[in-house]
Design a protein around this ligand. Structure first.
Ligand SMILES: C[S@@+](CC[C@H](N)C(=O)[O-])C[C@H]1O[C@@H](n2cnc3c(N)ncnc32)[C@H](O)[C@@H]1O
Length: 302
């Protein structure tokens, strides 16, 4: 347990990673370092963990060990960074997606509708696009697309139209100003509606699905045959993407075979049924409720 973040599905995910004592592992989403630490505990002095986190704040949790390297970057660059460190292939990759509790609980980051803050929502504060840029610059059609797709907001057309009308008449800076714009549009319970709208903006700001797809594709290339990919998702679109990539080797979920009948990037699925947090974990950590764990093993293409 840490004030920064409580790890989700910790034992289940690290057990399913099948850690080899001398292995090299990637923790794609270090956060408070719960998964990294659990992997390190299973390694001999020959093993190593390379951990990514694009949020500079995660640097405060760096693990001081010769067997640990923190890479303060987006995990979509996994291939490039491993090459930089002279690593040709790894034994396993884990990702625990989404935001940390720390990010949600820091008012000034703008991830939460509960605090008055600038509309930011960037995990990487060096990146260009903030939530405010999306709200002020996206076309009405683009806004409909992100609210319906990423937030499953039922009245996404009405919402997008209201944003476009309002922004032509008045300025927008903060979460609470934005919440006031949303007030007359809310359908169903207010916290649920606001959570869906904020989630959609966050996914777009951080290009979360695009980064995940890159991790799944490039992760396959850097895994040793028999190496495992363990992914914890918190959104149905993320879970669908992982399911499709593991089953078909592509995001669309269509079987594509080469002229010899071989599938692209084949995986052996380890979790026939998805793994979810126990009732006890959900009770102790309500943020774990939507977590889904899938695991697959790289099958050699030769
Ligand atoms: C749910 S937390 C991970 C918690 C961690 N497993 C633990 O046990 O403490 C997700 C973390 O991943 C980071 N993150 C999310 N997407 C990322 C990406 N594309 N590249 C690098 N870091 C990312 C976030 O900044 C956040 O700190």
């Amino acid at each position: 347990m840490s004030d920064y973040h409580t790890s989700v599905l910790l034992d289940e995910s690290v057990d399913l990673l099948n850690v080899k004592p001398d292995g090299i592992y990637v923790d794609s989403t270090m956060g408070a370092g719960g998964h990294s630490r659990a992997i390190l505990n299973k390694l001999t002095s020959n093993g190593h963990v390379f951990a990514f986190d694009q949020d500079l704040d995660a640097g405060q949790n760096v693990i001081l060990s010769d067997q640990f390297t923190l890479i303060q970057s987006n995990f979509r660059y996994i291939k490039q960074f491993l090459k930089l460190y002279g690593i040709a292939a790894v034994d396993g990759i884990i990702a625990d997606l989404g935001v940390s509790s720390h990010q949600l609980d820091q008012p000034e980051r703008g991830f939460s509708f509960r605090f008055d803050a600038p509309l930011d929502m960037r995990m990487n504060v060096m990146s260009d696009v903030k939530a405010i840029d999306i709200l002020l610059q996206y076309s009405e059609a683009q806004l409909v697309e992100i609210f319906s797709k990423y937030g499953e907001v039922r009245n996404s057309k009405t919402l997008a139209n209201a944003i476009v009308q309002k922004r032509s008449k008045m300025p927008l800076h903060s979460t609470f100003e934005f919440n006031r714009w949303l007030e007359p549009l809310i359908l169903g319970p207010k916290p649920k509606y606001l959570a869906q709208v904020y989630q959609a903006l966050r996914i777009e700001v951080n290009q979360e699905l695009q980064a995940l797809q890159q991790l799944l594709e490039d992760g396959y290339d850097v895994l040793k045959p028999g190496g495992r990919m363990v992914i914890i998702t918190f959104h149905s679109l993320e879970d669908r993407l992982v399911k499709h990539m593991f089953k078909f080797g592509n995001a669309e979920g269509t079987p594509i075979k080469d002229m010899y009948g071989h599938m692209e990037k084949p995986w052996k699925i380890i979790t026939k049924d998805i793994v979810t947090p126990s009732t006890l974990e959900q009770k102790n950590n309500p943020r774990s409720k939507s977590a889904k764990l899938r695991v697959a093993e790289k099958v050699s293409q030769n």
